[in-house]
Design a binder for this molecule. Structure first.
Ligand code: SME
Length: 154
């Protein structure tokens, strides 16, 4: 029987275009973890804008392009760190996508030491994400960074 870490390790080993991998990754996380209600991957383009490249969830987001510095996504990108928001209704920096979202985790993806994108996950309950989620997603981000395109936007 496989476990999520083994499944993810296998997923990261298959050779295919980054956007295909990103899409499979989002779908796998959402179907496997019930508290991952919306999963997306944004990639940095033009040095200042996060562009949504893959997502899985009940609905599309209007925030397909997010300037660095805006929202929780833009904060994580500007500060090059994972950001966890336990209650989005109490954080004025939050850019709302879905009325039912209560918490969010954003994990930067680095390639060759530079920020190239991020994993963004929304949860439907307050404080959905703990240190185990952070550790899992930072491990995933490290793997994704290995496959990230050299020239984002190509
Ligand atoms: N809530 C994010 C915007 C992206 S959506 O969650 C998909 C933010 O505050 O940056």
């Amino acid at each position: 029987m496989s476990n999520p870490l083994e499944d993810l390790a296998a997923l990261f080993q298959e050779q295919r275009p980054f956007e295909v991998l990103a899409q499979e990754f989002c779908a796998y996380l959402r179907k496997t973890f019930s508290h991952y209600n919306w999963v997306g991957i944004y990639m940095l383009e033009g040095g200042d804008t996060l562009v949504l490249k893959a997502w899985d969830g009940p609905a599309a987001t209007e925030h397909v392009r997010i300037p660095i510095g805006q929202g929780i996504c833009g904060l994580a990108a500007r500060e090059n760190r994972t950001v966890v928001v336990d209650d989005v209704n109490r954080d004025p920096r939050y850019l709302q996508c879905f009325l039912h979202t209560r918490s969010e985790i954003v994990v930067p993806i680095f390639a060759r030491g530079r920020l190239v994108g991020e994993i963004d996950i929304d949860g439907d309950r307050v404080a959905a994400y703990n240190d185990a989620d952070r550790a899992l997603l930072e491990w995933c981000a490290q793997k994704l960074g290995v496959y990230a395109p050299d020239h984002p936007g190509c």
